[in-house]
Design a protein around this ligand. Structure first.
Ligand SMILES: [Zn+2]
Length: 291
């Protein structure tokens, strides 16, 4: 059967994904910080250094998080709320980790487990599979055989595509393969559905969001440099990239629900212009790392 009925969950998700949400006023949208980390290490390769924090800084960020009185939850908890299935604890916060750097199933997961802080890891399957292909430059990466252990330590696992390509520049077939194949690899490894996605570099479009829904994802996180909220869009949940120059004070500001705008909101003309410029440029010379 190819036609989809109104009750078909995938069709419903695709419809929701293509709808543009205006959101309510700030009072109806208590901010939810969703932090995006990459590597946590002292001596990262140059290309990722800007997006890396040291273990010492990371511990200070976790101190700030614990002092804030916020409750860390995984992406499934936020998804459950956005779907109307389950309430969130008051004042939630999310910790997310993209790409799958080598520290993740080691010292980073250990530190989070010691503090009983749940988190979400979005893995680029081509970068963590022996012989796999990804567009990420060389870096110490974790391996697929540690994914189950990472999950057991308290991290929810999501997909970050196969090759880390900017999805909004891909044709339909390649786009679908990036979404479906990475999901299948993680599901085969873990033995259960993997319904959450993070867009490489945060790049997405209405077409990408609809395809993510059709591929079976229930949520997708973007970047947006904004605080998320209880009314955020399920297929472009806003995240804040934590960069090398950010301090524990910056993290405290975000935890207080300040220092960034609150999603959902409409993209401004500058964002739209940048998107078109970038897509044209990516077609010529490939993407630059942006998260
Ligand atoms: Zn990434």
């Amino acid at each position: 059967m190819t036609a989809s009925s109104p009750q078909d969950p995938a069709a419903r998700r695709a419809r929701d994904a293509s709808r543009d949400h205006g959101g309510g006023g700030p009072a109806e949208r208590p901010p939810i910080p969703v932090f995006l980390y990459h590597a946590v290490m002292d001596d990262p390769p140059g290309w990722i250094a800007e997006f890396t924090v040291t273990p010492r800084e990371f511990a200070a960020h976790l101190d700030a998080l614990e002092d804030s009185g916020r409750t860390p939850v995984t992406i499934s908890a936020l998804a459950g709320h956005l779907d109307g299935r389950a309430p969130l604890p008051p004042r939630p916060v999310l910790l997310t980790f993209d790409d799958g750097f080598a520290d993740l199933p080691g010292p980073t997961a250990d530190l989070l487990a010691r503090r009983s802080l749940p988190a979400t890891a979005y893995l680029t399957t081509g970068a963590i599979t022996p012989g796999g292909r990804s567009l990420l430059p060389p870096a110490p990466m974790m391996t697929l055989d540690r994914v189950a252990e990472l999950e057991r330590s308290g991290m929810e696992i999501g997909s970050h595509t196969v090759s880390h390509a900017p999805l909004d520049t891909l044709t339909g077939r390649r786009l679908r393969a990036e979404l479906v194949d990475s999901k299948a690899v993680l599901e085969d490894t873990l033995g259960h559905p993997v319904p959450h996605l993070a867009y490489p570099h945060g790049y997405n479009s209405p077409r990408v969001r609809a395809m993510a829904a059709r591929a079976g994802y229930e949520t997708a996180t973007a970047v947006r440099h904004a605080l998320s909220s209880e009314r955020d869009e399920r297929y472009r949940i806003a995240r804040l990239i934590v960069r090398r120059g950010h301090t524990a004070a910056d993290v405290r500001t975000w935890l207080a629900g300040d220092g960034a705008r609150v999603a959902p909101y409409r993209d401004g003309p500058k964002t739209i212009a940048w998107r078109w410029y970038r897509r044209t440029r990516a077609a010529v010379r490939g993407p630059e790392f942006a998260g």
